[in-house]
Design a protein around this ligand. Structure first.
Ligand code: ATP
Length: 193
């Protein structure tokens, strides 16, 4: 998967609609301290399903919405869209939107989806909110200090297999529910006999 464009509106310091095109090769973002470079990386991770307010440098999830300045009022929503190209030149637009008091909603190519669908989509493409491809400040130190289990999780993200764990958990839950149904069925059958 190749990310081609990021669009932000009302996200953190990006109060006005902004667009960042990501061309093949290396993309650099330069600017003075506090101009919003890290906010761009956070916008990517947030749209991929990041749900930890702390890793978004906020106290709550609504802190990603533009909070207002001395000259501009706060916004009621934030929206970020990622345009990506998958193998076979298929274009994919993933949108996450948060409204004050109403939580987050996700769309893939205009269709409402669950947060989990978005997380799986990116995990299968070896990217995602926790992907080692997104290196934020302090991350290098965290990798060096990581415990073996944490390091394995990073390698699994990089290999694009972390989505399998989620599917395995789902499958195990379904299996347990089916086993419980079977046990109940056996009981009902023996009651009838
Ligand atoms: P540095 O080079 O110092 O790391 P940076 O370019 O990465 O800086 P960011 O950390 O991305 O900058 O941006 C910080 C700016 O974003 C601050 O000015 C902060 O006030 C602003 N900001 C963060 N959250 C919000 C919000 N919810 N509403 C308005 N502004 C916000």
């Amino acid at each position: 998967m190749q990310i081609k464009r990021l669009r932000l509106s009302g996200f953190k310091s990006f109060v006005d609609p902004a667009e960042l095109r990501i061309e093949p090769g290396l993309t650099g973002i330069v600017g003075p301290n506090g101009c919003g470079k890290s906010n761009l990386l956070e916008a990517l991770r947030w749209t991929m399903g990041e749900n930890s307010a702390k890793s978004m440098r906020g106290a709550g999830m609504e802190d990603v919405i533009f909070a207002g300045t001395a000259t501009r009022p706060q916004r009621d929503f934030a929206e970020v869209s990622i345009l990506a190209e998958q193998a076979g030149d298929e274009e994919l637009e993933v949108v996450r939107r948060i409204e004050r008091g109403a939580g987050s909603a996700y769309r893939i190519n205009g269709r409402d989806v669950r947060a989990k669908d978005v997380a799986l989509l990116f995990a299968d493409s070896a990217t995602g909110a926790h992907s080692p491809a997104l290196v934020s400040q302090g991350r290098i130190g965290a990798i060096i200090m990581a415990k073996p289990g944490e390091r394995r999780a990073m390698l699994e993200e990089a290999a694009g297999i972390s989505g399998l764990h989620v599917r395995r958990k789902d499958a195990e839950q379904k299996l347990r529910a089916t086993e419980a149904n079977l046990t109940r069925l056996d009981e009902l059958i023996s009651d009838q006999e």
